[in-house]
Ligand binder design. Structure first.
Ligand code: GLY
Length: 277
């Protein structure tokens, strides 16, 4: 997309759409299920040039939440839509609505049943504690997706999309679609996308925190590391971050056991995917 002259907004939408379609990830089809067995998605897209943003929360009938987020960014004076209102808005602009069952996998039904058995057996606290001893079982599986991009015009953009956390209460919104939490972009600082347990990331407004470090002069590589250290120091949170500035410098850090990421630059022609431990 970028090598053909596309914008950073188009690029992050394209990258995140691919990952939403791939049932490997907790976004779109294959997402974790709510306690009632539905997929309920959140997504945000932000343009670093204009600071326009579009977010959707708790959407169930949209195949690509990131594409819905782009419609909000481009077609609405508002920034954030939730639930049926979000679905009606994007449908009015021509997006097809689907049946939620198209997003639900048997794999996730089994995972939900297991989580609910664990909760019934009194293991809920360990699952939600987020500290080293009680690292949530979900970290052994898959998580939120996101992308950051810098285009030929020097404009940054970011997008994040998620099905949220396993066995979440319907209506719960995490960090991913909240501006400055799981996603942020500003040409004057950086673009970022985060993954991990959303509540600690929200409490620290960690995406904006990371971008501000870059705006103050910290290199993205150091700012990414500092952000994850801050997340753990303040709230014993676990997560991962990708961070990109207008010079094309990037930072990647995580304190979860794994985070899959890929990088594409003018110099690196083939996507270089690394599953880091
Ligand atoms: N980071 C995804 C969530 O907590 O919803």
């Amino acid at each position: 997309m970028l090598s053909r002259g596309g914008t950073s907004v188009e690029a992050v939408e394209a990258a995140v759409s691919v990952m939403e379609e791939d049932d490997t990830f907790d976004a779109g089809r294959g997402s974790f299920l709510t306690s009632e067995g539905h997929v309920q998605c959140d997504a945000l897209m932000m343009c670093g040039k204009t600071l326009r943003a579009g977010g959707v929360g708790c959407v169930e009938r949209v195949r690509h939440a990131v594409q819905a987020a782009r419609l909000v960014l481009e077609k609405s004076p508002h920034v954030y839509f939730v639930g049926p209102g979000a679905e009606d808005f994007v449908h009015s602009l021509g997006m097809d609505l689907i049946d939620n069952s198209e997003l639900v996998l048997d794999r996730e039904r089994a995972r939900l049943a297991e989580a609910q058995e664990r909760a019934a057996a009194g293991l809920q606290d360990a699952t939600f504690s987020g500290d080293e001893a009680g690292l949530p079982a979900e970290f052994a599986s898959h998580d939120t997706v996101g992308a950051v991009a810098l285009d030929r015009e020097g404009n940054l953009a970011a997008a994040t999309s998620t099905g949220g956390t396993l066995n979440k209460t319907p209506g719960r919104v995490g960090d991913s679609s909240l501006i400055g939490c799981g996603c942020y972009a500003d040409n004057e600082s950086a673009a970022t996308s985060l993954t991990g347990w959303g509540e600690p990331i929200m409490k620290l407004v960690l995406g904006k925190w990371a971008c501000d470090r870059v705006g103050e002069g910290t290199a993205p590589e150091a700012a990414a590391r500092e952000s994850i250290a801050y997340l753990h120091r303040r709230l014993k949170g676990h997560g991962g971050i990708i961070l990109l500035d207008r010079k094309g410098r990037y930072g990647i850090a995580h304190n979860t056991p794994q985070m899959a990421w890929a990088l594409r630059t003018e110099q690196i022609k083939a996507a270089d995917t690394v599953r880091s431990a």
